[in-house]
Write a protein that binds this ligand. Structure first.
Ligand SMILES: Cc1cc2nc3c(=O)[nH]c(=O)nc-3n(C[C@H](O)[C@H](O)[C@H](O)COP(=O)(O)OP(=O)(O)OC[C@H]3O[C@@H](n4cnc5c(N)ncnc54)[C@H](O)[C@@H]3O)c2cc1C
Length: 219
């Protein structure tokens, strides 16, 4: 059976980190930090023995992770009430070592396990879509043309409560100091995702939107 404490998620054979376990953790705050650092996740699931991994947007309230899409989406229809594995990956840099074998990347990644469920109550769906919009663009929901009942009906919102979760993080320079004398450039090439200046569509006189740090905005 999985075991846990308040500061960490439960660990079972599913989420026990074996490879480079010193890079990993099951701590809640570490998991939240990686999930919240990117709006994009990938949801893995199996339909009739065929695995699929679908990229989508996600947002989080406590231990509950949400994603959404068209009510007609096969991905959304087929994952509800099924086990899923959701991942978030950020690349922080390319690590160029003195041998091909020792090259690496600096990264932060999270793997989350649980069962997908679908919100059915229109009021709950609207509240969660507002939460997503506010998560990405704080203060924007109330400025927008109100959502319609038809738009809520056309949108499926799924969620999973985190049953188990792990993170792995690699940081720092190449780990090949034993061959530091080998005559080739070695080091770290940092990689960042940042927002560019907004490009207006229509009336340029409205104030610029607020963009959350999750989208790459400077804080
Ligand atoms: C950007 C990036 C590039 C990578 N490149 C490579 C590569 O080229 N080759 C390679 O072998 N590995 C690479 N990794 C690491 C890879 O994700 C796996 O951790 C590694 O392959 C070990 O897999 P495993 O199934 O043997 O791990 P195990 O330790 O057996 O996995 C057991 C459990 O540990 C946890 N876990 C494992 N990996 C991760 C992870 N990345 N993030 C969060 N939890 C995890 C999960 O809960 C998993 O079920 C990369 C990771 C990232 C994020």
């Amino acid at each position: 059976m999985p075991h846990s404490d308040d500061t960490s998620f439960p660990v079972s054979e599913t989420s026990r980190i074996r490879r480079y376990h010193e890079r990993g953790s099951h701590e809640r705050q570490a998991v939240y930090a990686v999930l919240d650092a990117s709006p994009i996740c990938h949801v893995g699931y199996v339909i009739e023995d065929q695995p699929y991994v679908t990229p989508t947007l996600h947002w989080r309230l406590g231990d509950r992770i949400f994603w959404h899409g068209s009510s007609a989406s096969r991905f959304l229809k087929q994952t509800r009430e099924h086990k899923v594995c959701l991942t978030v990956t950020l690349i922080d840099g390319f690590v160029l070592a003195r041998s091909a074998f020792n090259h690496s990347v600096n990264y932060r990644s999270a793997m989350v396990f649980g069962v997908a469920h679908q919100l059915t109550d229109p009021a709950e769906k609207e509240a969660s879509l507002k939460a997503m919009t506010e998560d990405f663009y704080p203060g924007r929901w109330d400025k927008l043309r109100p959502i319609t009942a038809q738009e809520i009906k056309a949108t499926a919102v799924l969620y999973m409560d985190i049953a188990e979760a792990s993170v792995k993080v690699r940081s720092g320079p190449p780990g090949d100091q034993a061959e530091a004398d080998f005559p080739v450039w070695a080091g770290l090439v940092p990689l960042q995702t940042i927002l560019s200046d907004p490009r207006v569509d229509g009336d340029p006189d409205h104030p610029l939107p607020v963009l959350s740090a999750r989208l790459g905005a400077k804080t």
